[in-house]
Design a binder for this molecule. Sequence first.
Ligand SMILES: O=C(O)CCC(=O)C(=O)O
Length: 278
Amino acid sequence: MFDTPITAGDPFDEDRTQQIVEDMHRDGYVHIPDVLNLDEVAALQETTDRLMDDPEIFAAETPELHEGRYVQMHMGKEIQTPFILRNTLALDPIFPAMLMREPFVSLAEALVGSNCRFCGQNVLRNQPNVAIERWHVDGALHFPVPDEVDRYAPGIRPPILWFTIQIALTDIDIIEHGPTQYVPGSHCSGKHPNSPDDPEFEGNGPVSIFCQAGDIYLQDPQCWHRGAPNTSNRVRYLMQNQYAVDWAYRRFGWMNRVPLPDGVEAPDRLQKLLGNTR
Ligand SMILES: O=C(O)CCC(=O)C(=O)O
């Protein structure tokens, strides 16, 4: 379908897929070694560099898309560094090929439903001292609980509305390489991270994902996480594929694309309601 080095891959068998789903619901993340081959990894790294370092792509603005630029900068104290490649599908066939590659789609179907929908794809290129170091959940807290309540009741399994497949494109062997860190089980807290430096949930502190290029790990957006600082000299490449439940796409993405009649000037409030302003 796409003439790229990305292979079709294979879904995992039913038992393995189900085990991954269970682990994801228990911990909020799952590490799965050895998924991409090294030719795929090299091609993704090269494509990322070629695009991120292309002056036209760097300068391009994309106001019609969710991400307003292809290249998002990291705003350091003194210097700004190209950091995240956005709107990737539009840039090279290697990216749609990655979205379709197995076992990604079958895992997405198992986690968010058979009609799962695309909801994002990025590549992070962490130069030394560039990282998303702040502990956070992605987007909003979906189902907050009051301070006096510790967590969702045991046995309640919150649905995963969307999730990220993190795809390591470099080895991340030691803490200095800036591994992704998760607090196990924190997706069941119904809260934002409880410390800026050392969050803890039910006795569990941060766990670092040490991995090899070609490994993947799945991330529930409600699980407390961050990218540890990259204090090494190694540039770290991490790709992200994101998949969502079908109903959210229909309700929030598709149904609101109804144009106004010709000649109708929408006031600012209406433009905002229609999603025409950021
Ligand atoms: O860089 C990482 O490991 C984590 C990235 C992250 O926090 C995010 O994309 O929300």
